[in-house]
Design a protein around this ligand. Sequence first.
Ligand SMILES: [Zn+2]
Length: 76
Amino acid sequence: MAAPAKGGKPGAKPAAGAKGKGPARKASSKKASCYEVSGDSLKRKNKSCPKCGPGVFMASHKDRVTCGKCGYMEKR
Ligand SMILES: [Zn+2]
C-alpha cells in the first residue's frame, strides 16, 4: 500500500465555490467597506450620522451625504 488509492482522479477535485451558480459569493459586507485599516487603527471612510450616532454611516452622494436610517441629509 504505497499510493493512496481512494478517489485518485487527477483534476476531479471539487473546486471551491463550484457548488451553485455564479462566482463564489464574496464574504465582504457593505459595512466592512466603510472602514479602512491603516496600520493597526481603523479609519472610517464614511461620515457617520450625527443623529443615529457612530456606527450608522451616511451614504455619500455626489454633493451630499444621507443617512439611510433616519433620513438625515447633509450637503457637502
Ligand atoms: Zn441617521
